[in-house]
Design a protein around this ligand. Structure first.
Ligand code: UD1
Ligand code: CA
Length: 457
């Protein structure tokens, strides 16, 4: 037996008022559909069958996953019709799970619970929930023994049925053989002239089976997205849940509403995060790491006790233990800092490997550079790494002191223990343990007269 997950994702999403297909709209910076696919992968699906239609080309271009196959639904004739398009890829002995491409936050545990209800005697299981206002949803109809007998869509419901609060989330699980049989029997004789997937519930009961139901732990798990308001509402709910998980792991958050995680964040013990911090991609924070206010940290690892001060931007960097970065630092891809490195305000680094204890404290650019230990790079030092066509490397040995406002014109090497006089333009190797400077001599013009303002006639 294997698990096939069918994801319905062909709808247009008119109410988004966007040229981007609905299932590509971002939640936590990832397309809605990617969240659903990630869930399906975690469930161990052998095949994920995404039924697409509107914006199919864009969707195919932007979404990839190991077990993912796309199935076309040329015209959207209903949820039942959508699943029919995938029927050739479903075997009798499969378990089939049906998810929606615009319902991104269903928990794996909830779906495992739903799937565990499937058996030969119970070929169909529904994820349902109760809503105070059930308007728009299919209602779960139960008999006096509380057994499910049908789902009635809003537009086909009578007044009594409209009072039912238990609704169809749309997510269901079925045995392949039964599903295929029932799909073959669907008709579109209903208020919307659509092939309703929900009609299979009554067919299951008619075949003499009980329909099982399961419920999600929270409403967020079954919320769909139809417009930008719902999208941002779900974003906030999701971020609140992620922030809560962080606090459960012992992270100190100054404001639970002002931290955003757009990817995966791993944390050690005693991490502190100030307000307005955005994490993107894969970020790892070691024990005792502190992040100041208004920082953006993307695809980085920060080792124990490193401090990032306010307004810093870190991207694809590997930061060692006990470093201090910022405020106002820009750490760009390929930056690798050893331990106890200090990167101060208005410093930009890119492809810079910097040794233990080195300091670049103010207003500098360090790019395509390998720097040793215990260096001190003065304010306003620039590695001139680009000649307009190619990039070149700067090598700086251990214990180097570079005076302020110097330019190191790459390719160039400053050997260990060298001192560079302030304001120098270095184009050749600066030898070890010597003072090197390139600077015009200071001149004083004795008796020079300041200009005076000319009288206007
Ligand atoms: C459906 C359910 C309803 C449930 C509700 C939950 C049916 C008949 N009704 O109603 O019981 O309460 O979802 O939100 O199933 N889609 C396709 N192809 C189609 C039609 C739809 O891929 O031809 C996709 C849509 O993109 C969407 C999902 O299926 O992701 C649900 O479609 P939608 O039209 O929103 O269904 P509802 O009428 O809301
Ligand atoms: Ca809907």
């Amino acid at each position: 037996m294997s698990l096939k997950v069918v994801i319905l994702a062909a709808g247009k999403g008119t109410r988004m008022r966007s040229s981007l297909p609905k299932v590509l709209q971002p939640l936590a910076k990832r397309p809605l559909l990617s969240h659903v696919i990630a869930t399906a992968e975690k469930l161990g699906a052998s095949d994920i069958l995404a039924v697409i239609g509107h914006g199919a080309e864009d969707v195919q271009k932007q979404i990839q996953s190991e077990h993912l196959h796309f199935v076309m639904q040329e015209s959207q004739l209903g949820t039942g019709h959508a699943v029919q398009q995938a029927v050739d890829l479903i075997q009798d002995e499969d378990d089939v799970l049906i998810l929606y491409g615009d319902v991104p936050l269903t928990r794996v545990e909830t779906l495992q619970g739903l799937l565990s209800q499937l058996s030969q005697e119970h070929p169909l299981a529904l994820l349902t929930t109760k809503l105070e206002d059930a308007t728009g949803y299919g209602r779960i109809v139960r008999n006096t023994k509380q057994q499910v007998t049908a789902i009635v869509e809003e537009k086909d419901a009578n007044n009594e049925q409209k009072h039912i609060k238990e609704i169809n989330t749309g997510i269901m699980a079925s045995k392949g053989q039964s599903l295929k049989k029932w799909l073959g029997q669907l008709s579109n004789e209903n208020a919307q002239g659509e092939y309703y997937l929900t009609d299979i519930i009554a067919m299951c009961v008619e075949d003499g089976f009980f329909v099982e139901t399961a419920q999600p732990a929270s409403l967020m798990e079954v919320l769909g997205v139809n417009n930008k308001q719902q999208l941002q509402d779900l974003e906030r709910q999701y971020q609140a849940a992620l922030a809560n998980e962080l606090m459960e792991k012992g992270v100190t958050l100054i404001d639970v509403n002002r931290v955003d995680i757009r990817g995966e964040l791993e944390v050690g013990q005693d991490v502190e995060i100030d307000v307005n911090v955005v994490f993107e991609g894969k970020v790892t924070l070691g024990d005792g790491v502190k992040i100041g206010a208004n920082c953006i940290i993307k695809d980085c690892s920060l080792a124990d006790n490193t401090v990032v001060e306010a307004f810093s931007h870190l991207d694809e960097a590997e930061i060692g233990a006990n470093c201090v970065i910022g405020p106002y630092a820009r750490i760009r891809p390929g930056t690798v800092l050893s331990e106890k490195v200090k990167i101060g305000n208005f410093v930009e680094t890119k492809k810079a490997v910097i040794g233990t204890g080195s300091k670049v404290n103010h207003l500098s650019y360090v790019g395509d550079t390998v720097m040793g230990e215990n260096c001190n790079i003065g304010a306003g030092t620039i590695t001139c790494n680009y000649d307009g066509v190619n990039k070149y490397q700067t090598k700086i040995g251990d214990n180097v002191f570079v005076g302020s406002a110097s330019q190191l014109v790459a390719p160039v090497e400053v050997e260990r223990g060298a001192t560079i006089g302030a304001g120098s333009t270095i184009t050749k190797t600066a030898p070890a343990d010597e003072l090197t400077l390139s600077r015009s001599k200071q001149l004083t013009i004795k008796g020079w007269q300041k200009p005076t303002k000319k009288e206007k006639h």
